[in-house]
Structures are given as structure tokens and as C-alpha cells.
Design a protein around this ligand. Structure first.
Ligand SMILES: [Zn+2]
Length: 277
């Protein structure tokens, strides 16, 4: 018994040391004309941040929200040895300090409003001092449909899902598709789908992502996934849509039957409450 106790203490110490050294994890993807660095923060919100590395500099997207992640992200950036030209924020503002900010049109206004302000206040109450200091929102706004070039890489700002307005879907170098939520291989959450109209909006947005010709799909939630995940998501949303007129119980059963063993089954009841009559 004593032996086991010592082993357990050692194990705990090892885990804590490892956590202190590596909070999140990085993945790197090579594309024509740029590299994409994906940072899965491992934070309490499960958010992801990104660095686009062009020949002439770096562009960060969705800077991390927590101090320890910001520290790890900044240390990684300094090893790349290039200047950060801009930070793009699309709902997720973080500890980007004095980096020049770019947002889609309407996002700065939205961030000053009650909905966003209330959410950030809730975060501040829940997470307190572990949150990074947020930058003053003085962003350059890019109109929907417009392409801007930063660090030699083109970024096209399109409309995201209409249920997620004013969030943008951003096409990076014609090859990577950023949206607020990356397509996930799990059951839909009632947090993302509050109504049947949101299913239509997300389906339309997912089809637009597929039509873009991009090969990697990334999000502030969900990290980076391939086209398989997007195709799965489209099939999944079509199935949700086809079952919307069922009773709540029948909806849950139909979804379980259509996607046996898929993660997130425990949330189907709440999803049925939000979507079915
Ligand atoms: Zn978000």
C-alpha cells in the first residue's frame, strides 16, 4: 500500500512538471506559399490558435486567452524568427498585446456590445487572474468578400454561418479554411445549434467550405481537420435536418441509430429540446 502511494505521488509530480513545461501542443502544416502552425491550447475552453508563416512575416489568428498559453505561444513565435505583422481576431480576442489587429467588418462593434462584453465578464469571474490582459480594440476592418495580403499571403474574408453573424470564414492562401467552429466528428451541441434555423445556416456554411477547394479546415473551436471531417459534418447535418419533424425521443433514437457510437450521445437530449417541437 505504501509503495503504491509513493508511486502515485511520483506520477502526480511528473504530470504537474510536464504541464508546467507544455500547456498545449503545436502541429505544423506545409502549404504552397506558407506554413500553418496550429496551437491546441489545452485550456479550459478547448480553444485553438494559429500562426500563418509567410516568406515575409507571421500572421497570428485567434490569440490565446490565458496567460500561460500566451507565454507558450509567444515563446514559440520568437523561435520562428520573423516579425508578427498582424493578429486576426474572429470572436476570440486574447493576449495579443500591441500587435496590429485585423477583424472582419462589424466585429469590433460586436465586441463592444453587451453579448460579447457579458461573455468576457463571465470568463473574468470564472478564470480571474489566469486570463491575459486584453488589447484595446482598435482594429482595421475588412469588408466581407474582400481579400487582403499580409506577409505575402492572401486572406479572403467571407460570411460565416448566418447563425454566427458577424463571424467570418477566412480562406488562407486559397488552401486553408478558417471558421469559428471547425467541423467535428461528434454529435452537435445545443450550444452551437439553438434552433432549427441554425442547422440550415451551418449546413449552408459547411457546403460553402467544401466548395472553396481548401484542403484543411480549422476553427477557434476544434483545431485542424481534413476534408473527411467536413464531408462527415455535411452528412450529419443533413441527417439532423431530415429528422427535425420527429418527436424529441424519436429524434434521439434516430440520431443514435444513424451514427452508432459517435461521441457526444449524452448531449442529444438537450439538442432535441432545442430543435424539435
Ligand atoms: Zn468561440
Amino acid at each position: 500500500m505504501k509503495k503504491f502511494f509513493i508511486a502515485a505521488v511520483l506520477l502526480t509530480t511528473t504530470i504537474f512538471t510536464a504541464m508546467a513545461q507544455n500547456k498545449g501542443s503545436f502541429d505544423v502544416y506545409e502549404f504552397d506559399g506558407f506554413k500553418l502552425h496550429v496551437y491546441n491550447t489545452g485550456d479550459a475552453l478547448g480553444d485553438a490558435s494559429y500562426i500563418v508563416e509567410g516568406k515575409r512575416g507571421l500572421v497570428t489568428i485567434e490569440y490565446p486567452l490565458f496567460k500561460d498559453n500566451v507565454e507558450e505561444f509567444n515563446a514559440y513565435i520568437s523561435k520562428l524568427g520573423k516579425k508578427v505583422k498582424n493578429n486576426i481576431a474572429d470572436y476570440h480576442i486574447g493576449g495579443s498585446g500591441d500587435i496590429k489587429m485585423v477583424m472582419v467588418e462589424g466585429m469590433p462593434e460586436f465586441m463592444k456590445g453587451n453579448v460579447y462584453g457579458g461573455m468576457m465578464q463571465n470568463f473574468a469571474q470564472a478564470f480571474g487572474d489566469s486570463m491575459a490582459e486584453l488589447p484595446e480594440i482598435e482594429a482595421k476592418e475588412v469588408a466581407f468578400g474582400k481579400t487582403i495580403k499580409i506577409a505575402g499571403v492572401p486572406f479572403t474574408f467571407n460570411h460565416g454561418a448566418s447563425s454566427d453573424f458577424p463571424g467570418a470564414s477566412i480562406i488562407i492562401g486559397g488552401q486553408v479554411y478558417y471558421s469559428h467552429w471547425a467541423p467535428s466528428k461528434s454529435h452537435a451541441s445545443n450550444l452551437q445549434f439553438g434552433s432549427a434555423a441554425a442547422v440550415d445556416a451551418e449546413l449552408e456554411a459547411a457546403r460553402a467550405a467544401l466548395a472553396s477547394g481548401c484542403t484543411l479546415f480549422i476553427g477557434g473551436h476544434g483545431g485542424a481537420v481534413d476534408k473527411d471531417a467536413l464531408n462527415f459534418r455535411i452528412k450529419y447535418l443533413e441527417t439532423v435536418k431530415a429528422n427535425l419533424n420527429l418527436s424529441k425521443d424519436a429524434f434521439v433514437k434516430a440520431m443514435e441509430k444513424a451514427f452508432p457510437g459517435l461521441a457526444g450521445e449524452e448531449g442529444l437530449g438537450a439538442l432535441a429540446d432545442a430543435l424539435c417541437k
